[in-house]
Design a protein around this ligand. Structure first.
Ligand code: BTN
Length: 253
């Protein structure tokens, strides 16, 4: 990775042709005590994982599948900020590479023209009210053709290639992500979450619009008005009261 300008992110890289999941291995390395900045990259994942124990379609070499290990000096409640931070990195990188304007759909999906092009999986481990490690998994669909998308994501997913009719060097995409990540991450550790939140909101999918959500089986609706510092959606409900949504099931119109 000759184009890497980073001091810590990607200083050590493990690159595999084929592996179960970069995420699983990165968590193992983190538990073994690896340094911050370790990046695990795979050409193919046999058992790629998404959020909520879902499968992530990555048993082919058309995308960027990587996980990175961080050891930030933050409190556990702040760890969702890392997902939002990563989202802003991906927004920048995709825009830089494709000239398109992607959006971010809470909590962790990156969309182009309303379809999912990337997902983020953050898994943090706390010790004594301090984050001991956080592993950030990034899956970015790069060179898939439309015919290569399979069920169930066929109609809801996309790739950089599908959106621009161009193919991309994965090495270049990875370098761009890691360089940008380090810049944004170091800034975050120094100056906090504020600028990330501002940036995130600028590209937020359906900000200011009404959405439907269910909490404990009860269906409600309200307007998505803001993002909280701990990574929740802030909704104004029909009684003009503000509610914070942590993990509510949301139906996006
Ligand atoms: C999601 O949208 O549900 C998150 C998807 C995260 C996928 C990436 S690919 C690299 C890393 N390894 C995994 O097994 N998952 C993440």
């Amino acid at each position: 990775y000759w184009g890497l300008k980073t001091k810590s992110i990607g200083k050590k890289i493990e690159h595999y042709d084929q592996i179960e999941s970069t995420q699983t291995l990165a968590i193992k390395r983190a538990q073994e005590g690896c340094d911050e900045g370790l990046v695990i990259i795979a050409e193919k994942q046999i058992a790629g994982r998404g959020r909520r124990a879902r499968h992530w379609d990555s048993n082919h070499d058309k995308g960027v599948w990587l996980s990175l290990v961080l050891r930030p000096d933050i409190m556990p409640i702040q760890s969702p900020q890392l997902t939002l931070l990563t989202a802003t990195v991906l927004l920048d990188v995709i825009e830089e590479i494709t000239q398109l304007k992607p959006e971010v759909k809470w909590p962790n999906d990156i969309l182009i023209n309303g379809k999912k092009v990337a997902g983020i999986l953050t898994q943090a481990q706390a010790e004594h009210d301090q984050v001991h490690y956080a592993v950030i998994g990034i899956g970015l669909n790069v060179n898939q053709e439309k015919s290569e998308l399979t069920d169930p994501i066929k109609h809801s997913a996309t790739s950089l290639q599908i959106e621009t009719s161009k193919s991309y060097s994965k090495q270049l995409v990875i370098q761009t992500i890691l360089n940008r990540f380090e810049e944004v991450y170091f800034n975050y550790l120094k100056d906090g979450f504020k600028s990330i939140k501002t940036k995130w909101l600028k590209s937020a999918y359906r900000l200011g619009e009404r959405l439907e959500y269910s909490i404990n089986g009860e269906v409600k609706s309200g307007v998505f008005i803001d993002l909280s510092d701990d990574g929740c959606l802030i909704i104004e409900n029909d009684d003009r009261q503000q509610e914070k949504l942590y993990t509510a099931k949301i139906h996006w119109f």
